[in-house]
Design a protein around this ligand. Structure first.
Ligand code: SF4
Length: 74
């Protein structure tokens, strides 16, 4: 997993915050698991962004990535 995520009790937590569009786009560009979420769930104008990904689950300040191949033990 990319260093932009930290282990949060076994789930990957984005180390940026909910305003960090540039980092979210950079991560998604390099991610093989990106899956476009439903249009009404997307918040970034640039499609390929973690903020628009179906594997993103919002937390209070950030989001977790729930992609099956994103494991905290690698
Ligand atoms: S949220 Fe989506 S694009 Fe971002 S790291 Fe996870 S699977 Fe990849």
């Amino acid at each position: 997993m990319m260093k932009q995520f930290v282990d949060d009790n076994g789930k990957w937590l984005f180390s940026g915050n909910r305003d960090d569009l540039q980092l979210s786009r950079m991560v998604a560009k390099a991610c093989e698991s990106f899956a476009e979420d439903d249009e009404d769930e997307q918040i970034d104008d640039i499609t390929r962004s973690c903020f628009n990904c179906a594997y993103r689950r919002w937390s209070v300040d950030s989001f977790h990535c729930l992609a099956p191949n994103c494991r905290t033990d690698q």
